[in-house]
Structure formats: structure tokens, C-alpha cells
Ligand binder design. Sequence first.
Ligand code: NAD
Length: 511
Amino acid sequence: MHTPGTATPERFPARDHFADGAQYIAGRLAHGTSGHAHTVVDPATGAEVLTYGLAGADDVDAAVAAARAAFPGWAGATPGERSDALHRFAGVLAERAEEFARAESLQCGKPLKLSREFDVPGTVDNTAFFAGAARHLQGQSAGEYTGDHTSYVRREPIGVVGSIAPWNYPLQMAAWKILPAIAAGNTIVLKPSELTPLTSLMFARAATDAGIPDGVVNIVTGTGREAGERLVGHPDVAMTSFTGSTAVGRRVAALATATVKRLHLELGGKAPFVVFDDADLDAAVQGAVAASLINTGQDCTAATRAYVQRPLYDAFVARTAALMETVRLGDPFAPGTDLGPLVSHAHRDRVAAFVDRARAHARVVTGGEAPGGELEDGAYYRPTLIVDAAQDSETVQTEIFGPVLVVLPFDGDDEGIALANDTPYGLAASAWTGGVYRANRATRELRAGCVWINDHIPILSEMPHGGHRNSGFGKDMSVYSFEEYTQVKHVMFDNTAVAAKDWHRTVFGDR
Ligand code: NAD
């Protein structure tokens, strides 16, 4: 193994953007003042990408103050004005699409084709969607419910939103947090993962360049313990929106509850992929490989547990393993690459340890190792298929967050659905069948925030994304996200103009 150097200018043309630091407060970059530095590493090579000063408590306080100062003006803008700004924002993002795609691939290790065809266009589309949705915030109808009063409901922004995001889809996670919040008239401070801050900072700068006022979108880049906890506990932050692991989500929930904040949690997943015996086997095999390996398996909705009805089980295992072996690991920037490295060497080692522990009770059919050779310096791990694992084992019950699929057989339909529901998570699930009754039953009985039939992974701006059970609560994307980022106010007018109102006698005097 040779010593990795610094990412070359060809690999990281956007380096100059970050010369003034990795905090974005009140419309400009600033250096973090925690006294600690962090180095962003290219997981494909181990090369240094950027060393920056992490945010400390003072930086979080400054960002919250900027968001607070910007709130009255932004909340007071008309929906049409906010919509115009978001339309311009979508335009700026589209112009910079290639720059975003390259930075996202560099910091995460995802193949350029994934960043170009999924992360970046998805983000542009989401921005355009919220530009339209900003004009369609709806309240309940007004009416004379007592006869003597007129009531109506105002839907209002909450204030300063404090958001925390993970490293697996940094640009999309920033978009999912920022867009519904600001479309509804809130201002925001987002803390991206310290491992992957580049595209969140570029996103905030694009907002400024599109004319969104300073202080509406702020980014603090620091650790969870220091910057994250300060943000969640901050008295001037009205809402916490968190995406990340269930373990950290529990800690965030406790801190947010102590300061009585609105809370939205998008947590981990362990999505089942249920293949009934009347399924199209070709489609199920293709689907399982794509849905378990997307983003190198670092996807909260990725297919992680395939339950296959006994008549198809052996063929499914053999063909899925064979197809996994054709997936081309390599440099995210190389045209022929299907699968990049994991986000970091530490995370790769964590995934490898899960698979090594599984060997004690289960069988690794393919994969289960780092590739070595010319990929030795990167955080690579081969696509891995595991069988013969017990339903109650760690392999089946715990989120591994890597390119690892475990396959289990089932007999009757009841058993397949029961096994699919048998983890604490409930983010996403899919069922594969040619039968309309089986499909319909699966949509009713699979306990997850999203159920696909004969597909697994697609998401879209118009539809909600979010979990049930230990995968959290609340929705990203779609108009349903406005339920998180707005609060309703009941307004009541007296229509009688009478001093002695009828109900006063319950306090003094008689009718
Ligand atoms: P993580 O929970 O380790 O970290 C998420 C974020 O929380 C990071 O920004 C981190 O710095 C911050 N954080 C850590 N400790 C904190 C603390 N004490 N207080 C406040 N903030 C803290 O998750 P990760 O490893 O970055 O991401 C992977 C996880 O995210 C997986 O579990 C995955 O399923 C989940 N995820 C869920 C969704 C969803 O929509 N449900 C989407 C993407 C990722």
C-alpha cells in the first residue's frame, strides 16, 4: 500500500470554493472556531480532499442568530416571492449539475453515473417541485362553527429549523431538509455529516446566488457531539429535523424533547424484499442486485433481507450471486464502474466485521472480502450474499449499511409477510408477485413507510418518504412534508358585537 497524497485538481476542481472555510453563515463562508480540524478523504484512493476547521458552539450560535434575523423577512415574503426564488435556485443548480456530481462522487465514492443520473437531477427536481408547492400551502376551510363566530386556520412557518443530515446522500439530504423548510417560510441551520460537507456548502451558496436572502440557509459543519448537540439543544431553534441512525436519533430525540421542540426523525432501515412463488424470477434477481447495491448498499431503503418462497429459493440464490459477481468495482470517476467504495475505511471495516461475525452461524455465498490489487487503497468491499442466517441473528436484524444481502426461504404467504415485518424497523419494503391479491395484501400488511410492488428503490418528489416504527416519524418530500415544517393556528372572530356573551353566564350571573 502506498501513501495517498492530496486529491488532484482534475479530481477536485471545486477546491477553491472552500478557501474561506466550511461554515456557511449569513450568506458567506467562514472558518470553524472549535479549534479542531477535520480532513475530508476520497474513499476511492485515501487521498486528502480538504482539511477544514470544525464548527464549535460559537459558530452554531452565529448561524442560529443569522437564521433568526432572517426569519421575519422570509416568513413575511409572499408565497409567490418564495416560489420565484426557488425557481431561480433550481436553475442555478441545473447549470452547476456537473460540478455537483463530481464533488458528490469525490466525497462519497459513488460512481459518477449515480451522482449524474440520480443525486443531482433528483435534487434539481425537488427544488423545482418545492418552488411550485410553496404556492399551495393549504389550511382547513373557514366557517361559522358556533353560529356566533367565524373560525379559520392559518398555516404558519415554525421559525428557525435545526437539521442534521447523514453522509450517504449528502446533497439530497440537504435538499430534503432545506427545501420544504424554506418553501414554507422557515429559515434553517443544517449540519451535514462532517465526513461529507462539500455539496451542502455548494447548495447553500447556490441558494444565495439565486437571490435567497442571507441567513435563510446556513450550514454548520462540525461533529455530532459538539455542533449537533448544540443545535438540537439551542433555545432559539424551534424544530429539529434529523436523518441518521436510530441510535443517534434516540439521543437527538431526548435532547429535543428537553427543550420542547417539534421533532422529525428519519432513521435507519432494514428493508425486506419478499419474492412470492409466482414472481418473475428475472425481474426479482435483477431487482435484488440493483436494490441491495445502490450507493454501495449505503441507502436507508436498500433491499437487505430477501425472503424467497421455497420453490424459487435455490434458483434465486444462485442467479443473484452470479449477477453480483458481474458488478464492476472501481474508481467512481472511471466510465466502466458500477460500484464504488464505501464512504470511509472505518465504515468498510465495520461492514467487514458484520460479515465476519455472520460466518459463525451462516454461509457467505459470494463476496465477503475487500478486493485488494489496484483497489487496495480504497474503502472497497465486494458485493456479498449470505444464506442460512437465523431470523433472530444480527445479520438479519441489524442495519449493516453496506453491499450485503441476506436471503432466507419461506413457505406460506403468512410466514413470508410475518418474517418481513419481524425487525424493529419500518422504512421500506417490496413484494414481487404476478398476483393482484397477493400484491394488494402485501401493500396492506407490510409495515413500512413505502411499499413497492415488483420494484424497489425509486423515489419521487411528489410522494412522501419516511418511516414507521423505529425508522422514525414524519415525512420528507411531497406536500406531506409541510405537515412537519408548518404549524396551524386557529383564528376566531366574534360575530355578535355583544358585550354579555351567552357563555359568560357559566362564570357569572344567570341567563
Ligand atoms: P449517524 O446517525 O451516525 O449520523 C447522522 C448525523 O448525526 C451526522 O451529521 C452526525 O454528525 C450527527 N450526530 C452524531 N451524533 C450526534 C449527536 N449526539 N447529536 C446530534 N447529532 C449527532 O448516521 P450516518 O452514519 O451519518 O448515516 C447512516 C444512517 O442514516 C443509517 O442508519 C441510515 O439508515 C440513516 N439514513 C436514514 C434515512 C431516512 O430517510 N430514514 C436517509 C438516509 C440515511
